[in-house]
Design a protein around this ligand. Sequence first.
Ligand SMILES: Cc1cc2nc3c(=O)[nH]c(=O)nc-3n(C[C@H](O)[C@H](O)[C@H](O)COP(=O)(O)OP(=O)(O)OC[C@H]3O[C@@H](n4cnc5c(N)ncnc54)[C@H](O)[C@@H]3O)c2cc1C
Ligand code: FES
Length: 227
Amino acid sequence: MPYEISAKVLNKIWLSKNTYLLELFAPQVASKAKPGQFVMLEVPGRFLRRPLSIAGVDGNRVTIVFRVVGEGTKNLSLVRRHTQLSAFGPLGKPFPTPESKAILIGGGIGVVPLIFFARELIKTGQNFELIYGEKSAEYLINERFPDIRFRIFTEDGSKGEKGTVLDGLKITKDDVIYACGPTPMIRALKRILETKNNTCWVSLEQRMACGIGVCRGCVVKLESGYK
Ligand SMILES: Cc1cc2nc3c(=O)[nH]c(=O)nc-3n(C[C@H](O)[C@H](O)[C@H](O)COP(=O)(O)OP(=O)(O)OC[C@H]3O[C@@H](n4cnc5c(N)ncnc54)[C@H](O)[C@@H]3O)c2cc1C
Ligand code: FES
């Protein structure tokens, strides 16, 4: 069950170009949050809250990592410590537990929910690989999470391997794939997997208004119809 709360900003940290980490004091959300879930978080000066994935929990704290793309996230990047922000969560379906090796694919800021998931997989001793790509090194956030091993790709080759996350994809028949990133990446992944029988879970970062399935604002068109 999601909670309607007022979350105190405990910490704000600049991670990389246009990208920030917020630590929120949010005990109820922290106690229930699972990897793959998100919160609807107030952004100062905007009427609608914004959906942001949970990057991790630590005791009473919930970590959010976001990239500035518009007014709302810009305003969020300017909040000061001890600001109270209204929040609603945790929301969304958690990632299902893999039965075999998990391949986690994070394109850009889409890596955020996979960071939380990777930590859970480490805790439970599951075999996994986390492939993370950005346009260039200046956007990378992996150094903030030294406990997780990332396989890094940058499109311009400024760090890690040169290319996109999908260039690094080597899957065997039982691997379970979890992907979060821009729509072109998800489409390209679908083409790669068309001839394979692997299970693949994707987390779509659709624009949202309510976050709870009421307004139909986040509906996406699938081959099987609208969802
Ligand atoms: C379930 C979910 C989880 C998310 N998790 C994260 C996260 O962990 N970190 C993070 O940085 N972002 C995340 N997002 C995206 C984030 O919600 C948007 O970037 C944010 O709402 C933009 O608000 P804004 O006011 O800054 O931009 P707006 O002024 O609303 O829009 C500015 C620009 O950003 C684009 N934009 C707006 N919303 C999205 C979106 N959902 N996806 C892609 N582009 C968008 C618009 O098309 C426009 O070009 C998530 C989205 C969803 C649905
Ligand atoms: S945002 Fe998905 S139904 Fe309202």
